[in-house]
Write a protein that binds this ligand. Sequence first.
Ligand SMILES: Nc1nc2c(ncn2[C@@H]2O[C@H](COP(=O)(O)OP(=O)(O)OP(=O)(O)O)[C@@H](O)[C@H]2O)c(=O)[nH]1
Length: 536
Amino acid sequence: MILRRSIRRLRLPVRFNSTAPDNAPKASDNEIWLRKLGSNRKLSDALKVSQESKTTGGDQGYKNRYEIVSAPPESSYICVKAPLSEFTSISHVQPNNQRHAQAKKFVDVRILKCRSGRGGDGAVSFFRDAGRAVGPPDGGDGGDGGSVFVQAVEGLNSLAKLKTSYIAEDGANGAAKQLDGARGKDVLISVPVGTVVKWCLNPSAVRSFIEKSKNGEASNLRQLLKQNKVNLQCTGRFEMDQKPFFIQLFREAYEAGEGWHFKGKDEDYHHEKDWFKQLKDKVRVYDLELASSELSVDRFPIFGIDLDKPSDRPVCLVKGGKGGLGNMHFLTNLVRNPRFSKMGRNGLEQFFMFELKSLADIGLVGLPNAGKSTILNKISRARPKIGHWEFTTTHPSIGTVNVGTEGLFFTVADIPGIIKDASKDKGMGLEFLRHVQRSKGWAIVISLEKEDPMADLQLLINELGSMEEVTKKNVLVVCNKADIESNNPKSLKKFLAVKEFCELHGWDIVPISAIKGENIDILIEKMARCAEVCIT
Ligand SMILES: Nc1nc2c(ncn2[C@@H]2O[C@H](COP(=O)(O)OP(=O)(O)OP(=O)(O)O)[C@@H](O)[C@H]2O)c(=O)[nH]1
């Protein structure tokens, strides 16, 4: 086969009114290829087993969120039950009215449909010249379908301009005179650096599931999606690995040995012939080889791919289908006039969730009105909106803070305020937390103006997960609005209570007045330490 392919690549231009081109695959080449396929029974059986099985049974916990239902050798794949919430975006499956309201806001999560192209069909054609009515078969192969790729590029900062679907071109059909069909054009999706791409469920399927469960209330949505599971077939990172790493995707395909395209005499005629049955049996192995190579590329990391650096090369999301073989491949000593060719293989259609996670070194987290935007205004050139009402900040802003004279800097993200029960989607929920998830440190901003700042700090810790979750980051507690009642002993008492708590947990703390610019230098110095910027 390899030999034949290299011969075909050197194919000479076809001259009209000449004898048959002598670089077409010869009957003897085809016979060798078919014989090899026929002798590869072992591979054929092994592949058949790996394609068919979808077993369930057994139970084993995995990282709390995933339940392994069965794994090899019990089943061909690592079968996993995972919460629906892992493979959808809450903002995309909310009832219509809420979804439209969301759409107007800052776009940091998108679900896109990606479809790769189908391979073109092989052609059925025979060489013609003046000397004979029907010459040797010369039907070319179909072109491969185009693939969909993604790459992270500098200079982009939003997912707003992405389309809702990306569809790569189908391969063209093969043609007479050994002409292979053109390859389908690939599609490239450019996204900002910091985008995480995850395989996800079709949002309309999730929406209809929510409607059916008659529980589409936004407040219960997260819970509903967490409680209900999706069954996934996965593979490990390495062959013998028993931990799910890739989700196995399946494209629609004809049965091995099928997928023929007939011309002249119909399918029934061919299926009655012994010589065709034998040929089909051998080509079945070729189909299984194709299916196996599709399975090896049709898989996506279960935790997604993190495009946190500009991509060296695009990453393939869905690969195009292979083009079908033209009838010239089926010329043998026995079959002189093969009036059939192979169909192209299907492409793959899947949904992917694109999440933009800002790459700021420090995340400002706090209750609404604590003064986060005022702080970012003070320490950087970013100009997020400031207001004396809650939720002035509706989308993240990032500012760069310069430190010292050696060109050192760190970046700070201001995200919308977090309120009680934000983890249950109250207020603006925790959707924006993704922008500070990758930060090295969190500056937790509390206001000394409030009656009980310590209670606010505790509330924030609870909403952010737990003490354990928060402590994974470098933490700096910023006590803002220290100018209000600065001479009042009650105000000092409030600060000292927070200070004691911070010291107990080894967290750094700083009192400031963002509006008056008091203690801002110390704040920047402590933030730099939190961001692990080396300052001397
Ligand atoms: N007195 C005083 N007021 C402040 C200080 N910092 C901020 N403020 C005021 O507090 C109010 C809220 O400030 P923002 O910076 O918008 O607060 P935020 O935390 O970003 O609020 P959200 O957008 O709701 O998350 C504004 O009226 C500010 O002028 C301060 O140090 N002292």
